[in-house]
Design a binder for this molecule. Structure first.
Ligand code: DON
Length: 601
């Protein structure tokens, strides 16, 4: 096994990991469980960072091994809530539901009640895998032309009908074993009693509270009241955040079920909030919202089966399409960071994103061609590709360039000791969504309507797209890139992964799958490895700064092949679990890029 040392992470703008001596070892009592705060060469026996503090949470890759349950999420208290559920006899879906509610408290920029997402479930007991689609919908009053190019991203009218609470309830009804209330109350308690703010949350809170609109805008007064620190001071790691309104909403959901959110007091509060800001969501929209159980997208890669979410996410189709193409191209003949490999990945992305723009949207409204995930189609695409020269994106379809996307979502992975696996990505769309907190109810609203194509037929090279498949219609789900995946072999889950990052999600997930399944990297190495992105338009290849593996020689070579190359600081945040098929050992790994925590036993 190749070891990746943290010291190889030499990108100038990527902070280095802390030194091992900054860590303490509070988890020795946890039996077989082993937590390693990064540094793969400090293998088992070295235990976790304690309560997050400025010193101990500096971009560490956090990992842990266990046998009976593993939860990896963006937030330590949320992962711990999930672990406790499995320890109390719950399965992976029980834990996932509890983690999703907990993240709505402890990672509010993306964890949510007022957003939506996709939960992949591999039951591991012979029942087929499913995707619980709880993507937001356009309200009844939405129209194709309701947005103009200059419309803002933090308004009441950009809010989609939230799906999260219905989705979690559907997953729990279908697979859960513990009572609903047992799964929701830990989050209500976290909100009521408060929890310790870590470095990442402090940064996120300060960022949104100091942003221009939020500092003074009337629309965001509730955000300032609920999340602001007394005297408008900066939040710091170690502070305590208490959220009493959210606690009341969660308690009501715990006691009365999902209906409380869609038909009870929180629903009335949400509708009142819409009226205050000229939003579109009505009581009827909330009442009618339904989460859906859908068939996953399935693909094969090097003898593994890869399961991903179907439309209205593009994630499953794009990931599977790419893997089929990369297998046909025998990616592995090239070194992982050779110009040939990076070029092949970029050319693959260019094509899958072109197909995404052309064909993908809510399957209740558009028909999605099945051949996109046919390996034969991947071979056709490969034949049109040069291994030496970049294709100009315009040559693939000059008429439909793409729009950009914003920056926050969160992914978590859960596996239990019986082999049930859950891969869940959910989002408010942008970080802190619309930044609108429902008055008196304590939860944030998404700005997911921004994922529709806003201006029919209108395209521009910088990034607007007007293709039909993803135009707004009442009740329609907007196209997503969320890609929670589960990889199985002989019917057993072996890898669970996903990431935030808008369209970059797809390439981040492809990268981790290729790193593990094609290049046999260890999971920490695969998660840590520098990432790339191409989304067809804008026509540029983005590489994470890493002067060793994305070296200046590589950049020069890629440019010579015809790519426009840009470096960026970081991409995505993968919280993943690998399952050893022989021993059943669960290896949880949280990304260092935005922080995260693996909790297992
Ligand atoms: O569903 C989607 O694809 C986007 N709304 C996700 C946005 C996102 O990941 C932003 N995250 N960092």
């Amino acid at each position: 096994m190749r070891m990746h040392r943290a010291s190889q992470w030499v990108g100038s703008t990527v902070p280095r990991s802390p030194r091992p001596l900054q860590y303490v070892f509070p988890a020795l009592a946890m039996g077989t469980a082993v937590v390693c705060c990064l540094m793969p060469w400090l293998q088992p026996g070295i235990l976790s960072a304690q309560e997050p503090s400025a010193a101990s949470s500096v971009n560490a890759l956090h990992q842990m091994r266990g046998q009976q349950g593993m939860v990896v999420s963006a937030s330590r208290p949320a992962s711990e809530v999930g672990r406790k559920v499995i320890q109390d006899g719950g399965n992976a879906v029980d834990a996932a539901v509890s983690v999703a509610f907990a993240l709505a408290v402890t990672w509010p920029e993306a964890g949510n009640l007022g957003g939506g997402g996709f939960m992949m479930v591999h039951p591991g007991d012979g029942r087929p895998a499913v995707c619980v689609d709880y993507r937001e919908t356009a309200p009844r009053a939405a129209t194709k032309t309701m947005f103009g190019p200059r419309d803002g991203r933090h308004t009441h009218k950009i809010v989609g009908v939230p799906g999260t609470v219905r989705g979690l309830a559907l997953a729990q009804q279908k697979f859960g074993t513990l009572p609903w209330k047992r799964l929701v109350m830990p989050s209500a308690r976290l909100a009521a009693e408060g929890f310790t703010v870590d470095r990442h949350l402090a940064g996120s809170l300060n960022g949104v509270l100091r942003s221009r609109g939020v500092r003074s805008g009337e629309r965001f007064a509730e955000l300032r009241r609920v999340y602001g620190k007394p005297n408008a001071e900066n939040w710091r790691a170690g502070d305590r955040l208490v959220l009493p309104d959210l606690a009341a909403t969660l308690t009501q959901i715990a006691e009365e079920g999902a209906d409380a959110f869609y038909r009870g007091r929180p629903a009335a509060q949400l509708v009142a909030e819409m009226r205050r800001g000229d939003g579109l969501i009505t009581a009827a929209d909330l009442d009618e919202y339904q989460a859906r159980v859908r068939e996953p997208i399935r693909g094969s890669f090097r003898g593994y089966q890869v399961l991903g979410p179907p439309p209205p996410s593009s994630g499953g189709i794009c990931v599977v399409q790419a893997l089929h193409l990369l297998e046909a191209a025998n990616l592995k003949q090239y070194d992982r960071y050779s110009q040939e490999a990076v070029h092949l990945l970029a050319e693959t992305s260019r094509r899958i994103f072109c197909d995404r723009a052309r064909h993908l949207g809510d399957p209740d409204f558009v028909s999605v061609p099945a051949r996109l995930t046919d390996p034969e189609y991947a071979r056709e695409l490969l034949q049109q590709m040069s291994r030496k020269r970049a294709t100009a994106s315009e040559a693939l379809a000059p008429d439909i360039p793409l729009a950009g996307e914003s920056e926050s979502t969160t992914h978590f992975s859960v596996v239990d000791g019986a082999g049930m696996a859950v891969s869940n990505t959910y989002t408010l769309e942008a970080s802190w969504g619309s930044r609108i907190v429902v008055k008196g109810a304590g939860f944030l609203l998404n700005n997911e309507m921004g994922d529709f194509n806003w201006v029919p037929g209108e395209t521009n090279r910088r990034g607007r797209i007007g293709t039909k498949a993803n135009l707004i219609a009442p009740g329609k789900r907007m196209l997503s890139s969320q890609s929670p995946v589960i990889v199985t072999r002989e019917g057993r889950a072996v890898l669970v992964a996903g990431s935030p990052g808008g369209r970059t999600i797809i390439n981040t997930v492809i990268g981790v799958l290729v790193n593990t399944l094609e290049y046999q990297m260890s999971l920490p190495e695969a998660v840590d490895a520098p990432r790339m992105h191409h989304q067809w338009f804008p026509d540029q290849l983005t590489l994470e700064a890493d002067s060793q593996r994305h070296s200046s020689e590589l950049v020069t070579a890629l440019k010579a092949m015809g790519h426009t190359v840009r470096l960026r600081r970081q991409q995505g945040s993968v919280h993943a679990i690998q399952i050893d098929p022989d021993t059943g050992t669960l290896h949880g790994v949280a990304d260092r890029r935005r922080g995260g925590h693996a909790a297992g036993f």
